[in-house]
Design a protein around this ligand. Structure first.
Ligand SMILES: Cc1cc2nc3c(=O)[nH]c(=O)nc-3n(C[C@H](O)[C@H](O)[C@H](O)COP(=O)(O)OP(=O)(O)OC[C@H]3O[C@@H](n4cnc5c(N)ncnc54)[C@H](O)[C@@H]3O)c2cc1C
Length: 508
């Protein structure tokens, strides 16, 4: 049994995964004498996309003691209040909806959505589009930052939750600079061969330069190819192809309108064969079409994306990417920990990849420390990470199952297949049957990666309600909050927030 933190760690890969892991490990274990070297190939580029986060990324910077004013301007970063989903549903009144991040203020107005949605599920025409009921949705609609203007009294401003958009190349460069301050060494070289020991551990790496690299622990951050975890150790990859069809993406940047405020939300618009992200940075928009090669060729998809973007995409180069969607079974195997695209990827609809990277490294550190730096918690670690991947997958698959588009085979096939987990099937059934939805969510415990309001936003937002609804009674009309009333209340609150561009200027 090992009783001290690994003294030599080698990370293969200088994408976001490699640099995030390097920072977290160096921050945690440098006082234990751990030496970290990150090696990346100058011949093999990084994926270079991945520009939206979840709120969990706030904890990453907080843990490292990095202020927003340090990293955000350096990465052309902006605030993200949630994700808007136009075109996924054809139900009247639900043609678009928002999945916002939740705030203390939502305890008042937001909880009215739960009441209205329950009534509507059970056949009464209460209004239940989440975009009317959550403060972050209104902040985004008005292009505000998630921060209150200074108050005239001394009352502390209520907390608001949010995430970020950023330029992934610049974020990588920033994290590299910070890692070097923490003592992480950086080398450019390419792994040519991986030698295993008799126990199945990685003994050493033979590099193109001729160098031999040894370490106690190797991190595989080599991207989709899974150089160490799949190719060298033979860990199988579990594909999610049967319920997440998308395996390609095309990225095209476009210009921001300098005259307008910067949006504070991601927009994920459904097109005929997939969906398009639009991510506002402080310098440009990142756009990308995520689609399935079984339903559209790269040429057809690029034409569709260019039509969608219009003049904004003229003369802008398109990057075509392949995606490997699924996960490995053992993310930590022998003396190798796979982090990032090498461990798995769920398509970017909910921008969860960096969150899973962070969870994986955080949990790895916890499990190592809790087991006196042994491998005794390896199985437990792998089970929990798999549970997280499956939890995110269920929520993402839910979007496709619930779509109501009829304009292509792609959307019909996404709705018709029954390759969904028992958990997702049960959640949908309880919702559809007007059952006790709260109890159903509680029953799944921590296996659900998304909390109650997120499930309401997805199901109500898609307009998943009975077709025949009876009108509200006079009493109900008086008691319930309509969408207009909710939005009016929020509009008032939102006047107390900074404009998005205005707040970003303050960070500089
Ligand atoms: C279309 C798309 C959209 C995405 N959107 C989001 C999003 O909005 N939000 C989000 O959180 N995530 C998103 N992601 C995921 C995100 O981009 C990745 O999780 C993140 O960039 C981490 O990638 P990585 O570091 O694992 O791999 P990569 O960036 O591919 O880096 C791989 C590294 O390995 C090195 N390497 C490979 N082979 C060798 C070798 N033989 N020797 C030495 N070095 C080697 C390369 O040089 C490179 O440095 C998206 C992904 C895709 C495909």
């Amino acid at each position: 049994m090992q009783h001290q933190a690994p003294q030599e760690i080698v990370i293969i890969g200088g994408g976001t995964a490699g640099w995030m892991a390097a920072n977290l490990l160096a921050h945690q274990w440098r006082s234990h004498g751990t030496q970290i070297m990150l090696i990346e190939s100058s011949d093999i580029g990084i994926i270079g996309v991945g520009e939206g986060s979840t709120p969990y990324l706030r904890q990453f910077f907080h843990r490292l003691g990095i202020q927003e004013s340090e990293w955000m301007p350096a990465c052309n970063a902006t605030y993200k209040c949630g994700i808007r989903f136009p075109g996924w549903s054809t139900q009247p009144g639900y043609e678009q909806y928002v999945h916002p991040f939740f705030n203390q203020e939502d305890l008042k107005v937001g909880s009215e959505l739960f009441t209205n949605a329950r009534l509507r599920r059970r056949g009464t025409a209460a209004q239940a589009n989440p975009q009317d009921f959550f403060i972050a949705a209104e902040l985004a609609r008005q292009r505000k930052a998630p921060f209150y203007l200074p108050r005239s009294d001394d009352r502390p401003a209520p907390a608001t939750d949010y995430a970020y958009h950023f330029d992934s190349g610049l974020l990588g460069a920033f994290l590299k600079g910070h890692a070097s301050k923490l003592g992480v060494r950086h080398r450019l070289d390419t792994v040519a061969r991986v030698e295993l020991s008799e126990t199945g551990d990685i003994a050493h790496l033979l590099m193109h330069s001729g160098a031999i690299v040894k370490a106690e622990l190797f991190l595989d951050c080599s991207g989709f190819k899974g150089l160490l975890i799949n190719e060298a150790l033979g860990e199988p990859f579990v594909s999610f192809k049967d319920n997440l069809f998308n395996d390609r993406a095309i990225a095209i940047p476009s210009s921001l309108n300098e005259e307008e405020d910067i949006p504070s939300e991601t927009t994920s618009t459904a097109l005929r064969n997939g969906w398009v992200w639009q991510i506002p940075l402080s310098s440009r928009y990142g756009n990308g079409y995520v689609y399935a090669s079984d339903f559209a060729s790269p040429e057809k998809a690029e034409t569709e994306l260019r039509q969608h973007l219009g003049a904004a995409a003229h003369n802008k180069e398109a990057r075509h990417l392949k995606m490997r969607v699924g996960r490995v079974e053992q993310h930590w195997r022998n003396n190798c920990l796979a982090i990032g695209l090498s461990q798995g990827f769920i398509e970017p609809l909910e921008a969860t990849a960096l969150m899973l990277i962070q969870f994986s490294v955080d949990l790895f550190i916890d499990q190592m420390e809790a087991s006196q730096f042994s491998r005794s918690r390896q199985a437990q670690f792998n089970r929990r990470i798999n549970q997280m991947f499956e939890g995110v997958r269920d929520y993402v698959v839910g979007h496709y199952q619930l779509n109501t588009r009829h304009d292509s085979d792609y959307w019909r096939a996404n709705r018709a297949h029954r390759h969904i987990s028992d958990r997702l099937a049960s959640i949908l059934e309880v919702w559809d049957q007007g059952g006790d939805f709260e109890a159903e969510l509680t029953r799944h415990g921590e296996a659900l990666m998304y909390i109650r309001p997120s499930w309401y936003c997805l199901l109500a937002g898609m307009g998943r309600f009975p077709a025949d609804l009876k009108p509200l009674s006079t009493e109900q009309r008086a008691e319930l909050m309509s969408g207009e009333q909710a939005r009016a209340a929020l509009t008032d609150t939102v006047t107390q927030f900074y404009g998005h561009r205005q707040y970003l200027q303050l960070l500089k």
